[in-house]
Design a binder for this molecule. Structure first.
Ligand code: PGA
Length: 252
């Protein structure tokens, strides 16, 4: 078994104003006052706050990520943000293929793959999201959907340093519902198998696979204890330092 250092990443989505830096400062001080968790800690604020949060978290052990980026190089693309710009602002990772991007912006696996390429080219870590919708789950298609998204969205140059996978069942996001730990284990085992088959045992076993969807302090320890769950991608419960720190507690 390859040792994988877990990652707890907070996805702030379209939330946060400049004053929200107080939550990041509170998290940094909570991390400093307590025993260091055995995991990496990351926050993905909206684009507008990346530079400020990167400045605030310097030397705190908290890293900063973008929530999306363009697949294109800088140029005439109004409203888009290049991965190189996120790197310049202080981000070290970018979430790509989140289900809200796939749904609201019709992003396909091909788009997500191109974005992950751009993230890698900028020297950043791509956090690539996959997950089934509720109708797909009801039809028993979960594993096929996840396998298809993985094979389409993860670029060939992916490895454990430049890529993290996040399994997020769409029906569990923001709903307070979570799969059973048995279901999480089954999907994560399938993802591991796909990664090992495609990238070989060494790389495939070293890549981190996060679980996301209604993770909170009350269920984090149980979910994080599941085999092949290497941390969490957290939405709502990452907005407040105390809640997010309660999730990080799963690794203390
Ligand atoms: P949630 O969101 O924790 O609010 O369910 C998770 C996500 O979308 O990454």
């Amino acid at each position: 078994m390859t040792a994988r250092r877990p990652l707890v990443a907070g996805n702030w989505k379209m939330n946060g104003l400049r004053g929200s830096v107080a939550e990041v400062e509170a998290l940094a001080s909570a991390l400093q006052q307590r025993p260091a968790p055995a995991c990496d800690v990351m926050i993905a604020p909206p684009f507008t706050l990346i530079a400020q949060f990167a400045h605030t978290t310097a030397n705190t052990g908290i890293s900063i990520a973008g929530q999306d980026c363009s697949a294109l190089a800088p140029g005439a693309h109004t409203g888009d943000v290049a991965a190189t710009m996120l790197a310049d602002a202080g981000a070290t990772a970018v979430i790509v293929g989140h289900s809200e991007r796939r749904q609201d912006h019709f992003e396909t696996d091909e788009t997500v793959n191109a974005k992950a390429h751009a993230v890698h080219a900028a020297g950043l870590v791509a956090i690539i999201c996959v997950g089934e919708t509720e109708p797909e789950r009801d039809r028993g298609e979960t594993l096929d959907v996840v396998k298809g998204q993985l094979s389409g969205s993860v670029p060939d140059n992916a490895d454990a340093v430049n890529t993290v996978i996040a399994y997020e069942p769409v029906w569990a996001i923001g709903t307070g519902r979570t799969p059973t730990t048995d279901d999480v284990e089954t999907v994560h085992a399938t993802i591991r198998e796909c990664l090992v088959t495609r990238f070989g045992a060494e790389k495939g076993n070293a890549m981190r696979v996060l679980y996301g969807g209604s993770v909170k302090a009350a269920n984090a320890s149980e979910l994080m204890a599941v085999a092949n769950v290497d941390g969490a991608l957290v939405g709502g419960a990452s907005l407040r330092a105390a809640d997010f720190d309660g999730i990080i507690d799963a690794y203390r």
